[in-house]
Design a protein around this ligand. Sequence first.
Ligand SMILES: *[C@@H]1O[C@H](CO)[C@@H](O)[C@H](O)[C@H]1NC(C)=O
Length: 395
Amino acid sequence: MSLGKVFVAKGTLVLSTLLICAVILELAHCQKDGQEQRTPSPGRKPKANKAKAGKATNKGPRAVTAKPKVKATAAAQAQSVLTQVLNRGKFKKVGATLSVQAGDTLELRCRGRPVQWGVPTYLEEDDEGRLSIIQHERYGSLTLVNSTGADTGEYTCYPMYCEDTDCRKDYDKALKVFVFFPDPQELFVPSSDYYEAIQLRTNWPTVLPCQVTSPEAKVTLHREFPPLEVAVDGSEISFSVTKGFTIHRPRPHHAGALYCVASLGNLRQSSTKYMLIYVNYPMAPPAPVIQASSSSVALGENLRVTCVVMGEQNVVVDFAWEYPGQQIGRPLYTQESTSQVAGGAARQQVQSVLLVDEMREVDQGLYTCTAENLQGAKSVSTTVKVVTKAKPKKP
Ligand SMILES: *[C@@H]1O[C@H](CO)[C@@H](O)[C@H](O)[C@H]1NC(C)=O
């Protein structure tokens, strides 16, 4: 059985707006041939096509552009151009996207000496000998043979900036093209996993990649329970044929099992499942406050050091302690508790209390509490002195 695939025999698909747009764009590209090369809009680095199950994958857009501060030299300033080599030795400047029928050969050329290429992660890991990259005197070439829908993704040419033998990628001049490999059997870039877990964070856009192999596929978003199509209004949730669906401001009600459905012609298929897990993501790192029961404690008496964090409700705060007795292996006794703040809307107080029984001289020193939430950590310290009392506690 092919997992999660739905084939619908009937169902005539009207030309979608998407398709019309694609056609118009393609025409626009054709007309642009021979004109100035435009810098493609910066894209997200494509994710691995082999999704990692059970792992939170929303690390935000992975930045390809670390943008080293490198002044362009005259050599690097020479305009780089990314072209597609077509049959019969014809060349075509590429636009933002490109379609190559699955099974066909993709051949790109990029002016510059040398250049480096960026390919979808899936190809980086294992191209099975289908990918060849050759540096010629004036240009670099990338050739991908026996292509499949899985090769769909972003292809980048980085002109290199060189000083003697030391070469670095010129990220500012990177030329990107998103290549689709329409596959009549696979509307979605295949995934080896049945589902993918994605964190929904309060203040972070969430992306459901559900990458299609054809820009002409009509893609809809669906919820498993209750089974319904999710409205995509372009502002709360939007769709891009190269990025997938973006939930711009995740809310708890977005959580659950979602999947995409693509249709093209008579074919209708479901994507891998996305398990969206809502994480109450704090606005800021915690601001702990530390207080010792006393700043000078008599030998043999007990000490309580309290570390308190006030903050938004339902935000997990972790505490870690450092204390002088640690060095001699004094065990750590802590009590943690959470309470809602009376009157205050959606506020909570989380505290950790460190208990030291029968103070000894080694317990004198600095007590540090580190409070951590998903946004970061902060440490606070207090010093405790041990004083000798006239009356010893035990014989
Ligand atoms: C491409 O496919 C052809 C036909 O199936 C095969 O003979 C050839 O070895 C393949 N080439 C590569 C590099 O995989």
